[in-house]
Design a protein around this ligand. Structure first.
Ligand code: SF4
Length: 280
């Protein structure tokens, strides 16, 4: 099932009240479907409806369906140009990525969410195995463009610890932590199963969370997911938090950090959704 702007519009209250910051419900639907705005920005939708819409949107966004790619393309092409003169051999060690020369052509091999992406000076080599979300490409070019080499600090911090992160905190909460809370509330074992499928490593010490998993979406970009399950008797909702290494900004900008955390959430939720579909 695909959800286009008109399909989404039909599920909205159609009052054009403007509480979402858009002039009309149709404008809002267009922003959500085409430009990645969150459906939760409309405060007049029931939770059950939000969850259904988010599940469909998540699947089609993964495939880039309906997303207006112009902005992504501009950013991607800009970064692609920028890395053309990078010294791949010199930066490969600091980024902890592979370096090879095949038929006289230099390439970097970048482990990324369980796959290995080949990047040449001319751009990412498409392996025809899986379509890339355009934002994945932006992220990967950014990682190479930053060419970080500073050793990670080994200290976990929240996004709020980074300078000028205020505008991105809401995106992280809405696009990542809140979605994990909604989907995995009361289902910590399912979250654990999904974490393991994504090669997450349990972290036992130093955290009060019910569940703590470390992930390595990019070689120098570890993430720590903390999850506290709901306690209905005590009236506590599920909570989660994504932490980054204190030196993460050496490797990606704030946009990249938010995206990589959202991608992690998407992947975890996809695993649960696919399992449920198989069980139907
Ligand atoms: S807040 Fe909801 S109901 Fe109001 S204009 Fe936006 S989408 Fe329509």
């Amino acid at each position: 099932m695909r959800l286009g702007p008109i399909d989404l519009y039909k599920t909205l209250p159609a009052t054009n009240c403007g509480d979402c910051g858009q002039p009309s419900c149709l404008a809002f639907a267009t922003q959500v479907v085409g430009y990645g705005h969150e459906v939760t920005e409309c405060p007049h939708l029931e939770e059950a409806k939000i969850q259904k819409i988010e599940q469909v949107l998540m699947r089609q966004r993964e495939k880039g369906v309906y997303l207006k790619k112009e902005n992504h393309k501009i950013t991607r092409d800009h970064l692609k140009e920028k890395i053309k003169n990078h010294n791949f051999k010199a930066i490969s060690t600091g980024l902890k990525v592979g370096y090879s020369v095949e038929d006289g052509v230099e390439a970097l091999k970048i482990p990324y969410f369980g796959r290995v992406v080949t990047m040449r000076h001319t751009g990412i080599v498409r392996d025809n195995v899986e379509e890339f979300d355009p934002w994945d490409e932006v992220l990967l070019y950014n990682y190479i463009f930053f060419s970080g080499s500073k050793p990670l600090r080994g200290i976990w911090v929240g996004l709020e610890n980074f300078p000028n992160s205020l505008p991105k905190r809401a995106a992280l909460e809405e696009g990542c932590q809140r979605r994990i809370n909604q989907v995995f509330a009361g289902a910590p074992r399912e979250l654990e199963e999904a974490c393991r499928k994504l090669d997450g490593i349990p972290v036992a010490d130093g955290h009060s969370a019910d569940l703590a998993y470390r992930f390595q979406p990019l070689p120098k970009m570890p993430l720590l997911l903390l999850f506290w399950d709901e306690d209905r008797e005590e009236g506590f909702d599920a909570q989660s938090k994504i932490l980054f290494d204190e030196y993460a900004l050496e490797y990606l900008d704030l946009e990249g950090l938010t995206f990589v955390a959202e991608k992690l959430a998407q992947n975890l939720i996809s695993i649960k959704t696919k399992k449920e579909e198989l069980n139907v």
